[in-house]
Design a protein around this ligand. Structure first.
Ligand code: MD3
Ligand code: FE
Length: 195
């Protein structure tokens, strides 16, 4: 599908290790939480965020918020992460949200669109760390054809243009496929302009 660019192995092993350390610091300030769908279903992915906004979901709905559910402000987006946005986003605006998704054993993310951002002309930049993940992307119509690609640690995907409103999700993570995270699993960072 047009508008998906995957930069395989963009981050060196050293850069990945630095980013994991930076994510740990983010999570120390803004701990991972388990989002619930508006219907009260716990998601299998745990989340936190950095930047002006984080994305939260609970029984009141899903939305961007300026504070973590605990009430603290989100920590700043790490410089290591901002550098990837500057290199690959192709836009002059700074990202306002770095959403952090943590996939443990069996976690997945169902097909969805990202459309809570005000300016859908702004791309989303996605950084994969840790275990390999089977990413599925389709078109802008639910139930249409999809294709799948494995995302590996250090890969960066830029989603823009026609892909910005594409349905997408993570079908599964391959346990033990990376040694980056000491307890295994996968971290995905998505950088977004929100408003
Ligand atoms: C295609 N995250 O946080 S990243 C999400 O790996 C999300 O955690 C997945 O979908 C993950 O919303 C996939 C790749 C991605 C991110 C945003 C997109 C693909 C996208 C927005 C539009 C189209
Ligand atoms: Fe998404």
């Amino acid at each position: 599908m047009g508008g998906v660019a995957v930069w395989a192995g963009w981050l060196s092993p050293a850069a990945q290790a630095q980013m994991v350390a930076d994510v740990r610091a983010v999570a120390a300030a803004a701990p991972f939480f388990t989002p619930e769908t508006p219907r009260g279903q716990k998601m299998s992915v745990r989340m936190t965020a950095a930047g002006d906004y984080g994305w939260v979901s609970d029984r009141r709905g899903y939305r961007y918020e300026r504070r973590h559910p605990s009430g603290v402000a989100w920590p700043p987006i790490p410089g290591s992460v901002l550098a990837v946005w500057r290199a690959l986003s192709g836009v002059d605006r700074a990202p306002q949200c770095c959403l952090v998704n943590w996939y443990g054993e069996g976690a997945k993310m169902g097909l969805h669109q990202d459309r809570d951002e005000a300016d859908l002309a702004m791309p989303v930049v996605s950084i994969s760390l840790g275990d390999d993940a089977l990413f599925r992307v389709g078109g802008t119509v639910r139930g249409g054809p999809t294709r799948s690609v494995w995302l590996r640690s250090g890969d960066v995907a830029v989603l823009g243009g026609a892909a910005r409103l594409a349905y997408h999700g993570i079908d599964r993570v391959r346990p033990g496929s990376s040694t980056l995270l000491p307890r295994g699993g996968r971290i995905n960072l998505t950088l977004r302009v929100v408003d």
